[in-house]
Design a protein around this ligand. Structure first.
Ligand SMILES: *[C@@H]1O[C@H](CO)[C@@H](O)[C@H](O)[C@H]1NC(C)=O
Ligand SMILES: *[C@@H]1O[C@H](CO)[C@@H](O)[C@H](O)[C@H]1NC(C)=O
Ligand SMILES: *[C@@H]1O[C@H](CO)[C@@H](O)[C@H](O)[C@H]1NC(C)=O
Ligand SMILES: *[C@@H]1O[C@H](CO)[C@@H](O)[C@H](O)[C@H]1NC(C)=O
Ligand SMILES: *[C@@H]1O[C@H](CO)[C@@H](O)[C@H](O)[C@H]1NC(C)=O
Ligand SMILES: *[C@@H]1O[C@H](CO)[C@@H](O)[C@H](O)[C@H]1NC(C)=O
Ligand SMILES: *[C@@H]1O[C@H](CO)[C@@H](O)[C@H](O)[C@H]1NC(C)=O
Ligand SMILES: *[C@@H]1O[C@H](CO)[C@@H](O)[C@H](O)[C@H]1NC(C)=O
Ligand SMILES: *[C@@H]1O[C@H](CO)[C@@H](O)[C@H](O)[C@H]1NC(C)=O
Ligand SMILES: *[C@@H]1O[C@H](CO)[C@@H](O)[C@H](O)[C@H]1NC(C)=O
Ligand SMILES: *[C@@H]1O[C@H](CO)[C@@H](O)[C@H](O)[C@H]1NC(C)=O
Ligand SMILES: *[C@@H]1O[C@H](CO)[C@@H](O)[C@H](O)[C@H]1NC(C)=O
Length: 737
């Protein structure tokens, strides 16, 4: 038998190992027993990932660097391994992993990546050395590619085995991966390795290299292996390994991982677990919590690009996904990590010029819509997050997004402008106040997002730079400039519409139910104009007026939830969903809650609850679209809590909770308690009390319960009551153009 820890034994997210992962289950206080790590591993077609969560399955720590698992990106070669019968158990610390291989007889083969997938990553060089007479090895691998089209990055490793091998030797051979640009020999015939004794470097042609370790069979067929990784050096990889995984007993690492998850995450939410508890819902709760803690990665001390005392974070995948409700969850639930993330983001701006929208492999990219880190910073700011964040720089970073046109990196995804960072269509925005169709791609969705981004700036400017506040507030009304009151669709008039730079609308065959694929080159990205026409959280007042007032707004919103209305094929971004409303993608996340803006909260409950029950499950096909760094999973978490945040404002909309009692540790050491009576009769709100006071509004402010803690008491029932008599939720970005 042999093991070849060659080109990609450990990578931060694309890993060469095989998994049967089991979490230790011991006592009642161990909430990890309720975590289903496979939620999202399948789409609508059983056994296939297509249309599913695109999740990571394996061992990891909350926001940890090492993710140890079987790579589920479609590669396919692990099944071969499984057929060979090797069982691998694994677990991870923050920067290291431990694996236990139980071998049957037979050779194992590692196969290359998938060049037909434009987003796949490729090995392009490395080095490996055998040390300590074969008991250990170290080196590095350099990789390129991935969704963000980043520069190559290097991961150093240090690994060792529980039992010294009988023999160990290195090998190298031609790199036959058919990867474009990277000096490979795709058509060069079979590659035969040459063997060395203890060290290999890939050399100028990116040779694949590796090592072969052999043990006598017959004795113990279990070999344990520990591997540490670092973005800095093999020495650091070794020290992570020694300090984080001191034991050879896999169970010790599993136990420490479970303890950390319980301590850092699961124990902070408590719901009844007695005989009356709906364990399916409990599992959905804790599993969703798990999935929102896999990304981004806390790389503090592991930044290979610059020296700084600030924390370092990577794997933002992406702001476009997580700004809508995930960052607001971090804010209340993980304020320490969150403050650190924000400091890390600002440091990226300090040293690289721009905040990221997406980032991985130490590289900013891609930007799908606006510069949505602005929304995250504003959300944190208006809710009072200060700590060690330098907000002078924070605001300056936001202002860069609003004023500096990013250099076009001619990314193959879209050659028209930068997709790397900032706002690619900023030229139009500065000149016209909207993004035009003739000069830019994604003209409608980027106009919508730049509007919110500028509102975000105005929110922070209010305190950090009052002289800027009105300017950005004015600019946040840019979406109004592309509102075409004459466009008609499904008996409603007035929609966002494509506009030319000369100020006239493009009325040719415009139908807001279509988007031409909703791709990078389309008028709207991952959603149709019908959907984007509801995505104006900062000025719902103007939007409702544009749509014809509360009644028309209501019936238009109703149409969003009517089955069989969708005519645009959204491919995997819309798998199986026939309504215009697409809960499988982020732009519509807030839409089911918009009835609160016309004091019809019962309908928000009806729509959002129905979506929650229909599409979110404790099952492999348990999320209706990509998890997207936990964005999808956060949507269902807020739904289960019975509240929903309005991003960039210190405001939460009230819906209806799923549990009769829930305690949540917030703001570090405060408690938010959400109680509900009448759940067995129905889920419509009959009455709400906040901190013991009867509440007449269907929304509340951050200060009400999220800083010192507090209580919300719901009386639920079957009747769709119009219980709210107070003012509708605010529209602080209300501007008349
Ligand atoms: C990898 O994980 C998927 C689930 O995400 C599972 O279906 C597959 O069998 C696993 N492959 C191996 C080799 O364990
Ligand atoms: C490996 O070691 C053997 C024995 O010392 C030696 O004969 C051989 O030349 C070495 N091979 C390489 C590639 O260094
Ligand atoms: C590790 O934990 C599992 C599950 O609790 C148990 O079955 C197994 O015996 C443990 N192994 C060792 C070596 O303690
Ligand atoms: C929530 O906390 C209160 C006060 O400590 C306690 O009485 C209640 O049992 C807790 N509820 C749950 C579900 O743990
Ligand atoms: C638990 O709640 C779900 C809704 O999430 C429901 O479908 C299911 O029937 C409930 N299970 C029990 C045992 O009440
Ligand atoms: C924020 O950072 C700037 C330089 O980047 C520095 O001049 C300023 O003193 C810092 N502010 C605080 C409060 O540390
Ligand atoms: C904002 O817009 C109003 C109305 O068009 C205008 O009067 C005002 O000068 C603008 N303010 C700034 C700072 O641009
Ligand atoms: C639009 O209105 C007409 C006339 O009232 C009606 O026949 C048609 O069904 C309506 N269309 C939709 C999509 O509701
Ligand atoms: C505006 O630009 C469009 C597209 O270039 C062109 O078709 C149209 O005629 C122009 N309209 C005016 C009034 O110049
Ligand atoms: C106007 O819209 C039509 C229909 O989508 C499209 O084919 C055409 O290219 C657009 N015109 C311009 C100048 O972009
Ligand atoms: C939606 O269309 C499908 C296929 O045409 C049909 O079977 C189904 O009954 C329709 N659903 C509704 C609610 O109209
Ligand atoms: C609660 O947390 C805050 C913020 O982290 C901290 O300043 C305070 O000392 C903590 N209080 C207690 C009692 O732990």
């Amino acid at each position: 038998m042999r093991l070849s820890p060659c080109d990609s034994q450990i990578r931060p997210w694309l890993l060469l190992t095989f998994v049967t992962w089991t979490l230790a289950v011991e006592q009642q206080a161990d909430y990890s027993q309720y975590v289903n790590v496979f939620i999202g591993s399948e789409g609508p077609f059983p056994g296939q990932g297509f249309g599913g969560g695109d999740i990571f399955v394996g061992g990891a720590r909350p926001f940890g660097v090492a993710k140890i698992g079987n790579d589920t990106a479609g590669v396919g070669y692990y099944n071969t391994k499984l057929q060979n019968g090797v069982e691998v158990e694994l677990s991870a610390s923050r920067h290291a992993g431990i694996m236990q291989y139980s071998f049957p007889k037979g050779d194992k083969h590692y196969l290359p990546g998938s060049p037909s997938d434009a987003n796949s990553q490729a090995y392009i060089g490395g080095e490996i050395k055998i040390v300590d007479d074969g008991a250990a090895y170290n080196g590095y691998g350099t990789y390129v590619g991935g969704w963000n089209n980043g520069a190559p990055f290097t991961v150093y490793f240090y690994g060792e085995f529980s039992d010294p091998p009988k023999s160990a030797r290195t090998f190298r051979g031609k790199n036959t991966d058919p990867m474009r640009q990277y000096q490979t020999y795709a058509s060069g015939g079979t590659s035969h390795p040459t063997y060395g004794n203890d060290s290999e470097v890939s050399g100028p042609m990116n040779d694949r290299i590796g090592a072969i370790f052999s043990w006598d069979s017959g004795s113990d067929m279990r070999i344990r292996s520990r591997v540490g990784i670092s973005f800095i050096s093999t020495g650091k990889a070794r020290s992570f390994l020694k300090s984080e995984i001191p034991s050879w007993d896999l169970n010790d690492t599993v136990k420490s991982a479970v303890d950390e998850w319980n301590q850092d995450v699961f124990r902070k939410i408590q719901v009844p677990l007695d005989n009356d508890a709906n364990i399916t819902n409990v599992r959905l709760l804790y599993s969703s919590l798990y999935f929102i803690h896999l990304m981004p990665s806390d790389r503090t001390g592991e930044n290979p690009l610059w020296d700084s005392d600030e924390p370092s974070w990577d794997d933002f995948y992406t702001m476009w996904d997580i700004f809508r409700c995930t960052v607001s969850f971090y804010h209340i639930f993980q304020p320490t990590y969150y403050e650190s993330m924000i400091r890390g983001l600002i440091d990226i701006w300090r040293y690289q010029g721009f905040l990221p929208d997406g980032r991985s492999g130490n590289w900013n990219g891609l930007v799908q819509g606006g510069s949505d880190a602005d929304n995250m910073l504003a959300d944190a700011y208006v809710k009072g997050m200060r700590g060690a964040i330098n907000w002078t720089d924070g605001y300056a970073a936001m202002k860069t997004d609003a004023e500096v046109i990013p250099y076009n990196t001619y990314d193959p995804t879209d050659f028209s402008a930068s997709t790397k960072e900032g706002r690619g269509a900023l030229g139009d925005w500065l000149e016209l106040g909207y993004v035009s169709q003739d000069r830019n791609t994604r003209c409608i969705s980027r106009t919508v997002e730049y509007s919110l981004n500028d509102f975000a700036l105005s929110q922070v400017a209010a305190i950090e730079m009052p002289s800027d506040q009105q300017k950005y507030l004015n600019r946040s009304a840019g979406w109004q400039k592309i509102w075409n009151p004459d466009v008609e669709s499904l008996n409603f008039t007035g929609f966002l519409a494509p506009k030319f730079s000369n100020g006239t609308f493009n009325n040719t065959e415009y139908d807001p139910r279509y988007c031409d694929g909703c791709e990078w080159h389309s008028i709207t990205y991952e959603g149709i104009p019908w959907e984007y026409s509801f995505v104006i959280p900062h000025d719902m007042e103007t939007l409702i007026g544009f749509m014809g007032g509360p009644d028309t707004f209501e019936s238009r919103l109703d149409i969003m939830f009517k089955p069989n209305m969708s005519v645009q094929d959204l491919d995997m971004n819309g798998a199986g969903i026939t309504t215009l409303m697409n809960i499988g993608n982020e732009p519509d996340f807030a839409t089911p809650y918009l009835y609160n803006y016309i004091n019809k909260q019962a309908k928000s409950v009806e729509k959002s609850r129905t979506l929650g029950y229909q599409y979110f499950k404790d099952a492999a096909y348990g999320v209706p679209g990509n998890s997207d760094a936990g964005a999808m999973n956060t949507w269902i978490l807020w739904q289960m809590l019975g509240i929903y945040p309005v991003v960039t404002q210190p405001v939460y909309l009230i819906s209806s909770p799923w549990f009769p009692d829930l305690n949540m540790t917030i703001n570090g050491n405060q408690t938010l308690r959400i109680m509900a009576t009448g759940l067995d009769e129905g889920y419509y709100v009959q009455k709400v009390k906040i901190n013991g006071q009867t509440w007449s509004k269907n929304w509340f402010e951050h200060e009400d319960i999220m800083t010192q803690g507090g209580t919300i008491e719901f009386e639920l029932g079957s009747e769709m009551m119009a219980w709210e008599t107070g003012s509708v939720p605010p529209s602080p970005g209300h501007v008349k153009v």
